[in-house]
Ligand binder design. Structure first.
Ligand code: F3S
Length: 649
């Protein structure tokens, strides 16, 4: 039986396991990417592993999310990140050089390679035939240390593209159509593999708009085969040598198939406040628009901005509307400036911003209250723009430019009829991408050889290997559905300590009990007890790291949320499962002692452990863990485990 492209790339990189849907596989990682909000912890963990240099072919550190400096903390973070990249052999992209996915696409993305990134839109280079997956910081750290990445073998779905996009329909409309059909949950546990005759009608930047926003479908990754268009794009970026032909076998078998006829598409728009609230633009014509923004990792390329610039040439935007263009990379800004398009847009009334994520996460250009903002971004979750009552629509640059001209939402086909001289600008690649590389520092050009840590950057705490004895006071008894936000709050006051675990730990579980951190410290650690679904919510690693720092050795819960349970293993905390009756009987303040030799039990695959409560009564706690998770627990978590393996231990 033939293989899909996803299977081929995974097979080429397979280190452990078999390519059976749902089975855990270990794969070798060729490239890693990290950005400024997740990168500090990635490098602090890398330092804690005690390795000298990155082991992947490419490691790249970008500074894109928080490039506006409000106080010393972001600047300190960026200085630390440059020093870490220089010290350990990664590429460093300076603040203002652009969004990680755009700059990575321009400089490093390569067909047939695997990539792991600590950012959810990491799958963007799938448009060039690279299998790229978003992951937690610690996964990126260990991959950078040369260890495999473990993942459940996803389903592979064939998204067959037919026909050709008609006038005014764009790649953004392809992915909006996918969201309309599948919803934001439709891609979970799946790789979306694009095939069919429609593929060759799309250029690489159009393909990366589609793969980028596969994340909004919840997909593990999205990928296109390579062809002449890929070769041509790489040649224009001066990287023809990175081209290899990759694609599925003709008789590849997929888990599912979706057909999208490109010729049926029309301009679409996602209404507030979910990327899958998709309707034809014509259904919402006439809505007054206060702000229009073009940019982001989805539609911030030179080729994305050019059509909007052409539509604005010789015209002025509506007086009711503000328009901001924030290119995805400095390469795009520089080329648009050199070709005269920046001046053209400014003359039309556009405010030109630096290349940054910025507004996409509510940093800068926050819309006015109770107003409509039309954006070419990928997410419009309520409040993400920086104001609670926002009303953000997502669309293509063409629809955004049309709205800026009209002052209200309008299908560009209707605006063209109204104006008489507005033509579909089409989608064009420059002959050569000739932006400067001044802001990209390669490992050979590194200007640092030691880590520079500002006062808010503290070493990562490590846990000792598991002892034979595990005993401690139940420091907190919690209800069902405790979220990672309860465990480590994500408000601005707390989050500014994301690179400073001793400070961040002072916020641990304070949403439930203000005295918890003090009590934990006074007792020199202990254990926690919770009901069902402990640790639901975000994948935040701090929710395991901060309790670990405070000396928590085990959590006894009726059940755990999947990602948080993995994080507990990663940071050496034993996640025991207990039944409802046991939960009801344990009180806060009880002394819990595992009667068995815990270290031996964990290592030997023991699943049931006897636990004594105050020496008065006993219960059975279950440990449900894979061999790898048991190995990690025994040595104190994923970092020490990876370190030992790297040293051949
Ligand atoms: Fe940045 Fe927004 Fe993309 S935060 S990485 S532009 S999704």
């Amino acid at each position: 039986m033939g293989q899909t492209l996803t299977e081929k790339i995974l097979d080429d990189h397979l280190v452990e396991g078999e390519l059976e849907t749902g089975e855990e596989i270990g794969i070798e990682i060729d490239q890693v990417l990290t950005q400024d909000t997740t990168g500090t912890m990635v490098w602090l963990q890398f330092e804690a592993m005690g390795l000298d240099e990155v082991q992947t072919e490419i490691a790249a550190q970008y500074c894109d999310h928080q490039t506006y400096q409000f106080d010393f903390k972001n600047t300190d973070d960026h200085r630390f990140l440059r020093s870490a990249a220089g010290t350990y052999g990664a590429h460093f992209s300076r603040p203002g050089n652009g969004i990680c996915h755009n700059v990575h696409k321009e400089n490093f993305a390569a067909p047939g390679k695997t990539m792991l990134g600590s950012d959810s839109h990491t799958p963007t280079p799938g448009g060039l035939g690279e299998l790229a997956i978003g992951a937690g910081g610690i996964d990126v750290t260990v991959a950078m240390g040369g260890a495999p990445y473990y993942i459940e073998m996803p389903e592979v779905v064939n998204v067959r593209l037919e026909g050709e996009l008609p006038e005014w329909a764009t790649a953004k409309d392809v992915i909006l159509e996918m969201l309309r059909r599948l919803s934001v949950k439709g891609g979970v546990g799946k790789v979306l593999e694009y095939t069919g005759p429609g593929v060759e009608t799309l250029s690489v930047p159009e393909r990366t708009t589609i793969t980028n926003m596969g994340t909004e479908l919840g997909a593990t990754s999205s990928i296109f085969p390579t062809d002449e268009k890929t070769k041509d794009y790489l040649a224009r970026q001066g990287r023809e040598e990175d081209f290899v032909e990759v694609g599925p076998d003709e008789d590849a078998e997929y888990d599912d198939e979706i057909v999208v006829d490109l010729s049926d598409l029309e301009p679409l728009i996602a209404e507030p406040s979910m990327p899958d609230n998709v309707v034809p633009v014509r259904e919402v014509e006439g809505v007054e628009v206060s702000q229009v923004m073009i940019g982001s990792c989805t539609n911030g390329g030179y080729e994305d901005i050019l059509p909007a610039a052409k539509m604005l040439e010789g015209r002025e935007i509506n007086k009711k509307t503000e328009m901001i263009v924030a290119p995805g990379s400095k390469q795009a800004s520089e080329m648009l400036a050199r070709d005269g398009w920046v001046a053209e847009m400014m003359a039309a009334g556009v405010n030109f911003s630096e290349a940054t994520c910025g507004a996409c996460i509510g940093i800068g250009h926050v819309p006015a209250s109770d107003s409509v903002s039309l954006r070419t971004f990928n997410r419009n979750f309520e409040g993400r723009s920086g104001i609670d009552d926002d009303s953000v629509y997502l669309c293509s640059p063409e629809v955004a430019a049309a709205a800026a001209l009209k002052g209200e939402i309008v299908d560009p086909r209707d605006l063209a009829d109204e104006l008489g001289d507005l033509e579909d600008p089409g989608f064009e690649l420059p002959d050569e991408y000739d932006g400067s590389k001044a802001d990209l520092i390669s490992p050979d050009e590194a200007v640092d050889d030691e880590l520079v840590k500002g006062p808010n950057i503290k070493d990562v705490p490590l846990k000792d290997a598991l002892d034979a004895e595990l005993s401690g006071e139940n420091l907190l008894k919690m209800e069902d559905n405790i979220t990672t936000d309860h465990i480590t709050p994500a408000n601005a006051d707390a989050l500014m300590y994301r690179s400073n675990i001793p400070e961040y730990a002072k916020f641990t579980l304070t949403r439930i009990d203000e005295t918890f951190p003090e009590r934990a410290e006074a007792a020199d650690g202990g254990v926690l007890v919770a009901g069902e679904n402990y640790g639901q919510g975000s994948s935040r690693e701090h929710a395991a790291m901060c309790p670990m720092y405070l000396g928590i050795d085990a959590v006894f819960a009726q059940s755990f949320a999947r990602i948080h349970k993995a994080n507990l293993f990663n940071f050496g905390i034993v996640p025991f499962i207990i039944d409802e009756d046991t939960y009801a009987k344990i009180d806060q303040g009880d002394e819990l002692t595992v009667v068995d030799d815990i270290r031996e039990g964990v290592e030997s695959g023991q699943e049931e452990f006897t636990v004594s409560v105050n020496g008065d009564w006993e219960f059975t706690a279950t440990l449900d863990a894979s061999e790898r998770e048991r190995d990690m627990l025994a040595v104190g978590g994923k970092l020490p485990w990876t370190k030992q393996r790297a040293q051949g231990g």
